[in-house]
Write a protein that binds this ligand. Structure first.
Ligand SMILES: Cc1cc2nc3c(=O)[nH]c(=O)nc-3n(C[C@H](O)[C@H](O)[C@H](O)COP(=O)(O)OP(=O)(O)OC[C@H]3O[C@@H](n4cnc5c(N)ncnc54)[C@H](O)[C@@H]3O)c2cc1C
Length: 215
């Protein structure tokens, strides 16, 4: 068994995103939006791109942001976290299966709060016991899909997430907030940092709020 303390094992990688033939994600979004008020499609310079995206945000004309998609590869999170994540319905997910993948050496995400508490020893013993029983059950002929019931929710998982720009903004506005649970908040903030790198205008307001000016 392996232990991951808090989000120390969290790995998030933006592996794909929508790029127009020329330009970047911001340009794709702004030029898509521009057609609603123009007789022809047209190219926008950087200043107009910024102006238009800011205007779309202000007016709440966010369907335009759906033209850009972002795909993230995530590992080092618990099933507790992915259970919250997949409540966001306007997204696509592919998650590592516990039916098909035998967890040879299960990893568990353990909240920081457990370390140094009076429960730490007992907590670790239970994880060890659950892992050991899981291993013996699978080796003893119990199907993985049944043996997995013994695994605690903190077990580590891997998932691919695809969201469009509108849903991603909505996800960040809920899950980067202080009242979001720490693990999904850490995930959302890691995703926001990477989304901002490729679409700095589209995510600028959220980046400032949750990353730059976060208390
Ligand atoms: C701090 C926090 C605490 C939470 N606590 C709980 C809890 O205790 N129990 C619990 O069950 N959940 C809880 N949730 C989950 C929450 O209720 C939502 O399920 C989750 O945040 C997904 O957000 P969303 O509904 O906006 O969905 P998304 O799937 O992200 O949808 C985006 C938007 O699309 C629209 N939309 C999507 N589907 C529909 C639909 N079928 N009909 C109409 N409009 C739709 C809505 O405008 C929605 O806001 C919590 C979430 C947060 C952030």
């Amino acid at each position: 068994m392996e232990i991951c303390r808090g989000s120390r094992c969290l790995k998030v990688e933006l592996i794909a995103y929508s790029l127009p033939k020329e330009g970047d994600v911001d340009k794709l979004v702004a030029e898509s939006g521009a057609i609603s008020h123009a007789p022809e499609f047209r190219e926008l310079d950087e200043k107009r791109v910024r102006h238009l995206i800011e205007l779309l945000r202000k007016l709440g004309h966010e369907s335009v942001f759906e033209h850009a998609c972002f795909t993230f590869r995530v590992e080092g999170i618990s099933r507790v976290c992915t259970h919250q994540l997949v409540r966001h319905r306007l997204a696509s997910y592919t998650q590592q299966s516990q039916r098909y993948v035998k967890l040879k050496n299960p990893k568990f995400i353990v909240p920081e709060a457990i370390f140094g508490s009076q429960f730490e020893e007992e907590y670790m013993e239970l994880l060890e016991k659950a892992s050991e029983l899981y291993r013996r059950m699978v080796e003893g002929g119990i199907r993985k899909e049944d043996a997995r019931f013994i695994l605690p929710q903190g077990v580590e998982t891997k998932i691919i997430i695809t969201m469009n720009g509108r849903e991603l903004r909505h996800f960040f506005s809920l899950r980067c907030e202080k009242d979001a649970q720490w693990e999904i908040r850490n995930l959302a903030k890691a995703m926001l940092k990477q989304a901002y790198e490729v679409a700095p205008i589209l995510f600028e307001d959220l980046y400032k709020k949750y990353i730059e000016n976060y208390p």
